[in-house]
Design a protein around this ligand. Structure first.
Ligand SMILES: NC(=O)c1ccc[n+]([C@@H]2O[C@H](COP(=O)([O-])OP(=O)(O)OC[C@H]3O[C@@H](n4cnc5c(N)ncnc54)[C@H](OP(=O)(O)O)[C@@H]3O)[C@@H](O)[C@H]2O)c1
Length: 369
């Protein structure tokens, strides 16, 4: 018998070591299925499910809002293949829902189909669910195991889990800089410091974000459009300016917000912004960083030097007064994109669901000429 500690601190018992290995395998498949839904489900979670039935396995991912959830898609695929889900095991990255939203409760469909066992990655912190999905399944006599693959699922669903726990979006701060840490020349020009592969990656980040934010200084200097253009985007992020943007700015129509940054995040969260991409400039980057409001730093570093101290820094404003006050993070990944480096950093000490203090560093070359 194996005891598993889940992301939610729950403890369940798994039947056998062999069963655990199978569970991990099918949960990994559910995670892979969920990744296909990453850019289409927000503000709903991007969930994957795998149904292991007598006649085969069937996998689903959450459809755009109003469409079926991952579990229901897997059940429908089995039914369409003429397979029965009676006695089957269903793997779902997130706790199935038990409430009527835009779709009926998944637990009703699971129970009605005769599924014998449900294996869940993490419990859903959404107040509408929060253990009620698992409770309803158990009340109906379905065996439930929670916590399989929880570290991977928690990483995949981190923006959603933060949004539902705190009401605030997951904040990704993206900046492009020369290797000597400059983000613009003394004359204010900053296009382009990095190459096409890095810029395409930024468009991918925009496509998976619900909103993109810049400061009014960046609107004045660069007049950016902030749309996801270089990737196949199912939808465009809401564009947000801190301060005001002129009527003719390319960022328009934009949401113009001002005031306390925590309040700005609360407001965006209440609008259903699950992931917020912040694209500078240096003043906004400083203020968010100083307030400890950044969840991920994504730096694109070109192998170039401005070679002086008169260009714009990554952060404009007072920094650590002494080396003992240095802000330290942990590397999430380092990748090469064309000629540039992409470095992703998380705040140190953040529980990234790895269950270990070691950073998951992934050094690989992408888009090499
Ligand atoms: N390399 C890169 O990745 C990158 C990315 C973006 C920008 N840049 C460069 O960075 C430079 C612009 O940076 P910056 O530091 O000058 O400007 P910024 O950070 O883009 O904007 C700062 C301005 O935003 C407004 N603002 C900020 N916080 C606010 C709040 N809480 N409430 C209301 N308004 C708020 C204020 O506008 P008002 O002044 O109107 O009050 C403030 O002066 C440009 O040279 C641009 O090219 C580089």
């Amino acid at each position: 018998m194996v005891h598993v500690e889940t992301a939610e601190g729950d403890h369940r018992v798994q039947p056998t070591i062999a069963g655990t290995v199978n569970d991990e395998h099918y949960m990994a498949r559910a995670v892979a299925a969920a990744s296909s839904a990453r850019t289409v489900t927000s503000p709903n979670p991007w969930v994957g499910a795998v149904l292991v039935a007598a006649g085969g396995t069937y996998q689903g991912a959450t459809a755009p809002p109003g469409g079926p959830h991952a579990e229901v898609t897997a059940l429908r695929l089995a039914a369409a293949a003429g397979d029965s889900a009676v006695g089957a095991t269903l793997y779902s990255t997130l706790e199935p829902c038990a409430h009527h939203g835009r779709t009926p409760p998944c637990v009703d469909a699971i129970v009605a189909a005769g599924v014998a066992r449900v294996v869940v990655g993490v419990l859903d912190p959404d107040p509408h669910v929060a253990g009620r999905g698992v409770g309803a399944l158990e009340d109906a006599g379905v065996e439930v195991t929670v916590g399989v693959g929880a570290p991977e699922v928690s990483r995949q669903l981190a923006p959603y889990l933060k949004h539902r726990r705190t009401g605030r979006p997951w904040v990704v701060l993206k900046l492009a800089a020369s290797l000597d840490g400059r983000t613009a020349a003394p004359d204010g020009s900053s296009r382009w410091i990095t190459g096409p592969a890095a810029r395409r990656d930024v468009h991918r980040l925009r496509a998976e974000s619900d909103a993109v934010l810049v400061g009014a200084g960046t609107v004045r200097a660069d007049d950016p459009e902030l749309t996801a253009r270089e990737v196949a985007a199912e939808r465009q992020p809401v564009r947000v300016v801190l301060g005001s943007a002129p009527a003719g700015a390319k960022v328009q129509p934009a949401l113009e917000l001002s005031g306390d940054l925590g309040g700005v995040l609360d407001h965006l969260g209440s609008l259903g912004v699950v992931q917020l991409l912040v694209e500078g400039g240096a003043g906004v980057a400083h203020d968010l960083h100083a307030a400890g409001l950044v969840d991920r730093y994504v730096l694109y570093l070109a192998p170039a030097f401005f070679g002086g101290s008169d260009g714009a820094p990554l952060f404009r404003g007072p920094g650590a007064p002494t080396v003992g006050d240095l802000w330290r993070g942990q590397v999430v990944s380092v990748r090469q994109l064309g000629e540039d480096l992409r470095v992703e950093v998380a705040p140190a000490g953040e529980d990234r669901g790895t269950g270990s203090a070691a950073p998951a560093t992934d050094l690989e070359a992408e888009d090499l000429p």
